[in-house]
Design a binder for this molecule. Structure first.
Ligand SMILES: [Zn+2]
Length: 500
């Protein structure tokens, strides 16, 4: 078959102070430039193995931030659509999208993308879409796509696997072997649901097993993205069957209901800042491996600036020894540290620059320990091929004290970088010689994606709700446009016996 591949990918935090403008987009126009371990290369390999003709348009990615600037979004979309037009006639289109992109004046950007591709290719071509589970799944997306497959794992360790799965459904559809039929049901919930812990682990395993039932092509749970304040936000169940609309509706409803029953137990209960540090200090002498503390509220992967100082300030005020923090986004401090050079001792004003959710900048007495240009994080994936993620240039600073404050024996290690992004691999520490030793406290700016790398080596993982741009407490998110007739705002918004 002749298939087109291309997409525009970002997750929009409608509260973020960082605009997603033209300069934020990183555009790949050749698959030779695609990151190892990415879903793009999975599709390329799948097409090659089948002898299909693959035409690649572009893949644009912007680190999650605020609402996409309309002009930049339209320019990228027009380039994508021009690629589709030029590639006609097509049997199929594969669109790797996110599902929670909001452009200025367009709440459902993915629905817009899919609809406009459909306008070009018509009903004869098959459109397959794979998206992140942090999506606002919409009726418009279902209307214009033939098949949608959503990641199942959080951390997202199954991106390439889901892309291959979608490809198979699309190829079978083109060949006339199946006829995907989709149904979606609102779960009336909003939250953060790591699949590394129960009860979500068993839920995902059961959902995956149910895909083996006759006539079922795919089952997906869209978790929703709580920091996207749009009417379509929230968790939704998606069922794709082979030509059986009633069965799709039945399965989507049954699995939505099953997920709904987990609403009081799914998701983590993060500790407040000082309680999290208390816990870390309490257990670090007795666990086999470092204590990993997730600064969930400053996760760049959810649109946060990654320059908040709340945790670092408390580590210094409390004189916590053996602690390290990564990754703090501060290109200016990185610039100064590089100018001063390895071994230099200087004062810097670190972080706290991006707004009230970043806290105040900290004036620090630091030593430049080591500089690494082009730091790359390897994010472990379920198929064994790590997903390579650039972190920009980075510096290891040893913070001795806040200026005018008492010195912390041994200092606190802080990794500062130039490319805003969350901690995904071990490299932000290990590349600088900070090992995964027992006794250490490693603070990672990440909500859950860190878990793929750190879960296996941590003595204990502590989820922390410090102040910040993506504070993981649903009731604290200043939602206005989202429909809040759902849990946790309402304890039982879907009473037993009420239809989906
Ligand atoms: Zn996600």
């Amino acid at each position: 078959m002749r298939v087109f591949l291309g997409g525009i990918v970002t997750e929009t935090n409608t509260f973020s102070p960082i605009p997603t403008g033209a300069s934020e987009w990183e555009v790949v126009r050749s698959l030779d430039d695609a990151a190892s371990g990415s879903s793009l290369l999975a599709v390329r390999d799948e097409a090659a193995a089948r002898g299909d003709e693959l035409i690649f348009g572009l893949s644009a990615f912007a680190m999650p931030a605020g609402i996409a600037v309309r002009r930049a979004y339209e320019d990228l979309l027009e380039e994508l659509l021009a690629g589709v037009r030029a590639a006609m006639p097509l049997d199929a289109v594969i669109l790797p999208l996110h599902g929670a992109m909001v452009a200025d004046g367009e709440d459902d950007a993915e629905g817009d993308v899919i609809e406009r591709v459909r306008t070009i290719v018509g009903d004869a071509a098959v459109i397959g879409v794979h998206i992140d589970l942090h999506c606002h799944l919409s009726e418009r997306m279902l209307e214009h796509a033939d098949a949608i497959v959503i990641y199942k794992e959080y951390p997202h360790t199954d991106m390439a696997e889901r892309a291959r799965e979608l490809y198979r459904i699309v190829a079978d559809t083109v060949a006339g072997r199946v006829q995907p039929t989709m149904a979606m049901v609102d779960c009336r919930m909003m939250g953060i649901y790591p699949t590394s812990a129960e009860p979500m682990r068993s839920f995902v395993d059961a959902l995956t097993a149910a895909e083996d039932e006759p006539g079922v092509l795919s089952l997906s749970l869209g978790h929703g993205f709580p920091w996207g304040d749009v009417p379509d936000s929230g968790a939704r169940m998606l069922a794709v069957t082979d030509g059986d609309a009633a069965a799709a509706e039945r399965m989507a409803t049954a699995w939505a209901r099953r997920f709904y029953e987990l609403r009081h137990t799914a998701g983590v209960r993060p500790l407040a800042l000082d309680a999290a540090l208390d816990r870390a200090l309490e257990v670090r002498g007795s666990v086999d491996g470092p204590v990993v503390v997730a600064d969930q509220a400053d996760n760049a992967g959810g649109g946060a600036p990654a320059d908040s100082t709340f945790v670092l300030r408390r580590l210094l005020e409390r004189g916590v020894e053996g602690a390290a923090v990564a990754l703090v986004w501060d290109p200016i401090v990185h610039h100064l540290a590089r100018s001063a050079g390895t071994g230099a001792r200087l004062q810097v004003r670190l972080g706290g620059k991006m707004g009230p959710t970043s806290g105040d900048p900290l004036d620090l007495d630091v030593t430049v320990v080591q500089l690494i240009d082009g730091l790359v994080q390897q994010w472990p994936q379920g198929d064994g091929v790590a997903y390579a993620n650039p972190a920009g240039d980075a510096v290891h600073l040893r913070v001795h004290a806040m200026v005018g404050g008492p010195e912390v024996p041994g200092g606190v290690d802080v990794i500062v970088n130039t490319r805003r992004g969350q901690v995904l691999g071990l490299e932000p520490f290990t590349a600088f010689g900070i090992g995964m030793d027992p006794g250490r406290i490693l603070v990672v700016k990440s909500t859950q994606h860190f878990y793929a790398a750190y879960g296996p080596v941590a003595g204990e993982v502590i989820y922390m709700a410090a102040p910040g741009a993506v504070a993981p407490i649903m009731e604290q998110i200043p939602l206005v446009r989202a429909d809040l007739r759902k849990y946790p705002w309402v304890d039982d918004p879907w009473p037993e016996g009420e239809a989906g």
